[in-house]
Write a protein that binds this ligand. Structure first.
Ligand code: FES
Length: 379
């Protein structure tokens, strides 16, 4: 309930804001604030890279201070990060690799440079502290329930460890985990970590040196009896597969599982848990296999006034980029909907399912849709 005093105060503040707006027109007060500190921009969320820590030869953890408007994430969720490279803004999706509520107010993403990854290579090789990035999210359902189940299984490979690392840290008592992680002290006696459920973590990477957060994970497993780590090096032993579960984790069927890694591993997991899919959570870092094929067609990008011929297996996103169209995109794997364009005419094929759909006016995800005959799209 408002009091006479608070009503007067609100009216004065409204008039003051109006006066400031009239003085700064045509710009908004936010525009001036953003000149002093880009993180205060009220029109979009931005972040400043505060620090960059190497994890492996080709992976870095970026510590980012989010600006005004940032929403706290849940461990396991992803965010979209936009970077400006050669005057063009590119958006990509990354898991947040830290639990929420860091004392410094920052978040972290851990990025592995992939050979054809424009943004990942920029973030790993060129970005420096002080660089401003654009942020959107957080989002995603690859998260822990509240409260977490008593027994968990994490099956990860490569950079698939990043969302799981955030979950692990939120499960561990924060102070103990950070302490173990930062000092990586050898511990002679393993003890139960109170409050930590029974966790099995099975992770694969090419070599010991390629394990992202390797020292930290090993230190945590050495310290806590209720965290078991199985590490497999693919150069010598092949990747851990769901088929290894009966030997390494005989009670796997009684655990709730989170699986993150290459598409092949996720498919194996979905087959392995076919009888109890409610116990399985998967997160994709690569698109599900885009295998559908069929007749392609001529694609006309109406706003850019460009056109190209594409076969029935080429995403509209790739066809547009190759034709010189500035295509919006984010995850490039069908989850974030940053790439949608409005169909003006024609029909498209969903490359994940083979289904042909669409009519004029529909929004289609260009990263997972191909032309099924002649197509016009408003991009
Ligand atoms: S780029 Fe994310 S859904 Fe297409």
């Amino acid at each position: 309930m408002s009091t006479p005093g608070s009503a007067v105060r609100s009216a004065v503040l409204r008039r003051l804001a109006g006066a400031v707006r009239s003085l700064t027109t045509p710009l908004l007060p936010d525009d001036y604030l953003a000149l002093f500190d880009p993180l205060l921009c009220g029109l979009e969320v931005r972040g400043r890279i505060q620090a960059i820590h190497p994890e492996t030869a080709d992976a870095m953890t970026l510590v980012i201070r989010p600006g005004r408007g940032w929403v706290r994430h849940r461990p396991g969720q992803w965010i979209r990060v936009g970077v400006d490279i050669a005057g063009v803004r590119h958006w990509r999706t990354f898991s947040v690799s830290c639990p929420p509520g860091r004392p410094d107010g920052c978040i972290t993403i851990t990025v592995k440079a992939v050979p054809d990854g424009l943004v990942s290579r920029y973030l790993v090789r060129q970005a420096a502290p002080g660089v401003i990035v654009h942020l959107a999210g957080p989002d995603g359902e690859f998260v822990l329930p509240e409260p977490p189940p008593p027994r968990l299984l994490f099956l990860t490979a490569g950079s698939g460890i990043t969302p799981v690392r955030a979950m692990l840290h939120s499960l561990l008592s924060g102070a103990a985990a950070e302490d173990a992680a930062e000092h990586a002290v050898p511990v002679s006696r393993r003890s139960e970590c109170r409050g930590l459920p029974d966790v099995v973590l099975m992770h694969s990477a090419p070599t010991p040196a390629d394990v992202i957060f390797g020292a930290e994970l090993r230190a945590l497993a050495a310290r806590f009896a209720n965290l078991r780590l199985y590490e497999r090096h693919t150069r010598t032993g092949g990747r851990l597969r769901p088929a290894d579960l009966p030997d390494l984790c005989p009670d796997w069927a009684e655990r709730t599982a989170w699986v993150c890694g290459p598409a092949e591993m996720l498919q194996e997991a979905e087959e392995h848990w076919a009888g109890s899919p409610d116990r399985l959570h998967v997160e994709r870092f690569r698109p599900a296999a885009l295998t559908a094929e069929g007749e392609g067609g001529r694609i006309r990008f109406t706003k850019s006034d460009r056109q190209t011929d594409a076969d029935g297996g080429t995403p509209l996103l790739i066809a547009g980029e190759q034709a010189g169209v500035l295509m919006p995109s984010g995850c490039r794997m069908g989850i974030c909907h940053s790439c949608v364009g409005r169909l003006a005419s024609g029909r498209v094929r969903d490359l994940r399912t083979g289904q042909i759909h669409g009519e004029a006016g529909d929004l289609v995800q260009t990263c997972v849709s191909a032309a099924a005959g002649p197509v016009e799209i408003e991009l």
